[in-house]
Write a protein that binds this ligand. Sequence first.
Ligand SMILES: C[S@@+](CC[C@H](N)C(=O)[O-])C[C@H]1O[C@@H](n2cnc3c(N)ncnc32)[C@H](O)[C@@H]1O
Length: 315
Amino acid sequence: MTLPSLARFVFGRRPGLIPLRDRIAYAPYLVQLVVTRRCNLRCGYCNEYDRTSGPVPWDDLAARVGRIRELGALALEFTGGEPLLHPRLVDLVRVATQHDFPRRMLISNALLLTDEAIAGLNDAGLTDLQVSVDGARANETTRKTLDTLRERLVRLAEQARFRVVVSAVVGACPPEETLETIDFARAHGLRPRVLLLHGRTGQLEPDATVAHDYRAAMARLGGRGREAGGYRDRLLAGRAAPFRCRAGSRYLYVDEHGDAHWCSQQAARFTRPLLEYGPAELAAQFHLPKGACADRCTIGCARTCSAPDAWRAQG
Ligand SMILES: C[S@@+](CC[C@H](N)C(=O)[O-])C[C@H]1O[C@@H](n2cnc3c(N)ncnc32)[C@H](O)[C@@H]1O
């Protein structure tokens, strides 16, 4: 993003926009918006999908995107379920572009990604795509693997005008396959990333094998793989890695019903309709300590979006 367009984003006026001082102090760096809960896969480690939901209606999504813009969010990421199952996903990205979000993002397993969809996403102004690729060969846990996705990733490398991150969940495939995925991504000019498996509350579940495999993957990634101060190393060493979680403010997860939560894994602990969300909620959630879940949290978005405000008080 250029400096003038960032200045337009920050200082530009639009109806409904919350005051500048509230946006600077509390606006989301990232909002993830579920466009359908339905997924075409059944990954063994995932609890964020079903097989039956329909696409969220267009008018509801358009209203949610508008409210997220009014809250001053810097990045909007469409997720699911599998977002490519939404028939108007490309139109939705176009709406995000028309709203001037500096980053218009998508997270997908890419199994349904056609050349036509890549062209549509280019034209609509997508800036970032995260493709989930766990390893080289499909197994009982995951089919997000190079044997099913290789061709599509090559096409993406050739055709996408947006940044493509290839993201692997460590532990879903044998460790040498994680390394193969990292090498494949690099060889094609895509950006590799690795994630740690979280349990049903977003916490790291200690596992010596996963720790070993994760360290091997990080060694292959080099320094760029570290996120939010390398908190995962501390978690894997069996220690707590407390942080001032700013979820509900700097990071929001908005589900298919339009309810905002701290994250996908703590949905039951905090629910507020997005359309009623305003500066008071952002400020309250910014200052609210989230309790014990923060100490062993491995939700990357919550960690990275909280890091810039680590110096600010909470509670
Ligand atoms: C819920 S999926 C939704 C988007 C899309 N269906 C996909 O597979 O990318 C979003 C991301 O969460 C990751 N994920 C799901 N369950 C996880 C878990 N228990 N631990 C770590 N990452 C997980 C997936 O691998 C994927 O990268």
